[in-house]
Design a protein around this ligand. Structure first.
Ligand code: UDP
Ligand code: MG
Length: 309
């Protein structure tokens, strides 16, 4: 008998918890046929509603369900990490509580694992039901990320994955504080099969990600997996040095030849403000990395547990 551990991060998902369980159990006959047992880990990421109570109701009915409650909201990436630490299974799957990662895809994912893949990842092929501006920026982000980092992420990639024990161990071994899960999944490598599915809209409740939160998260992804912005700052500095040097020579020659004294302070003001802008930008980039380093060096725990059942 092999064990499947399913990790479900939940933040204010009281309405979705029972639905998810029902939907997940629809695979039970598939599990039986293939000699699979499962454990279902709901990770309650500091919910303010009755998520934990809903999970406890399930635990009373079914001993395969488990609950880990955080002391406060630590974010989805921390919840996923906690799940990976708890998961004892030969296979580990990670899926959203809102059924946007359809559990009905699991049999197909297992087929691929048994064919020799270490990891099966999923991506949605469209973004039906999402604001167009969000889709546009999301696409730009994936393009940029794939150009400048060594963690390859497909456009529309979800955190919904099934993996074997060695791959799960690799995820647990990455103990960084600033966790960008999609990047981590891509970074560890392993033979990965990508499955595609049509976007499913959230079953109940609302998304926890505002545009602004997503924007900050995308910066997190870039600084976690690439140092290209730092190189960009250095190159900008160099370009400006070369340009000013050329300008100095031009002005000396012009003064010597035409004897023109000091005209043109408007251009001076423009140049000064442009260069100050560039300096602040570059300083900001350096500051971002410094801030990340600061948080990593503190070595704080990634999450704190209030209750485990
Ligand atoms: N989630 C979480 N902690 C958070 C935010 C979200 O555990 O701080 C969970 C949430 O309960 C859900 C999953 O992460 O199971 C995805 O969140 P959501 O559906 O809001 O994101 P979207 O699907 O819109 O990207
Ligand atoms: Mg969702």
């Amino acid at each position: 008998m092999k064990l499947l551990s399913a990790i479900v991060p939940c933040y204010n998902e009281e309405e979705n918890v029972p639905y998810f369980y029902e939907e997940f159990l629809k695979n039970e006959s598939f599990f039986k046929e293939n000699n699979l047992d499962f454990e279902l880990w709901y990770i309650d990421d500091g919910s303010k509603d009755k998520t934990a109570e809903e999970v406890k109701k399930l635990i009373q009915k079914d001993s395969r369900v488990h609950l880990l409650t955080f002391s406060r909201n630590f974010g989805k990436d921390a919840a996923i990490f906690a799940g990976f630490e708890k998961a004892k299974g030969d296979y580990v799957a990670c899926m959203d509580a809102d059924l946007q990662d359809p559990p009905s895809l699991l049999p197909e994912m297992f087929e691929n694992i048994w064919q020799g893949y270490d990891m099966v990842a999923t991506r949605r092929v469209n973004r039906k039901g999402e604001p167009p501006i969000r889709s546009f920026f999301a696409r730009m982000f994936y393009r940029l990320m794939n150009k400048i980092s060594d963690a390859q992420i497909a456009d529309g990639a979800r955190d919904f994955r099934l993996m074997t024990r060695p791959a799960a161990d690799a995820i647990v071994s990455m103990r960084e504080y600033n966790r960008f899960t999609k990047g981590i999944f891509g970074w560890v490598g392993f033979k990965t099969k990508w499955l595609e599915f049509d976007n499913v809209e959230r079953k109940k409740g609302e998304t926890k990600w505002s545009f602004w939160k997503l924007f900050i998260y995308s910066l997190e992804g870039i600084t976690s997996f690439s140092t290209t912005p730092l190189a960009f700052a250095a190159v900008m500095g160099m370009l400006f040095c070369v340009a000013s040097f050329a300008l100095i020579i031009f002005i000396i020659i012009r003064t010597l030849v035409f004897g023109d004294p000091t005209s043109g302070w408007p251009s001076l003001v423009c140049i000064i403000s442009l260069i100050s802008g560039v300096q602040l930008l570059c300083l900001g980039i350096v500051g971002q990395y410094l801030a990340k380093t600061y948080m990593e060096v503190k070595n704080r725990p990634i999450y704190l547990v209030k209750e485990e059942i």
